[in-house]
Write a protein that binds this ligand. Sequence first.
Ligand SMILES: [Cu+2]
Length: 92
Amino acid sequence: MKRLAALLALAAFSAAAWAGPKTVTLSVPGMTCPACPITVRTALSRVPGVSKVEVDYPKRTATVVYDEGKTTIAALEKATEDAGYPSSVKAQ
Ligand SMILES: [Cu+2]
């Protein structure tokens, strides 16, 4: 029984410590030609904590995997805006 309690405590601790990667899909309506996604992808990739960027040009979206301990959705939106492509959260 003590062992079970210890395991449960460990599991609870692990869950708290697990910030983990988060995924957000940004709507980027300003992409107007097939070269735009390159700029958007580069801008997002440069944000510290971003581990993966997938830009879907036909859907005008950018899906970003990021570490929420290192960056925020606001910082991701600012990165695309600074690159000339204002974005907003589509799904998270
Ligand atoms: Cu373009």
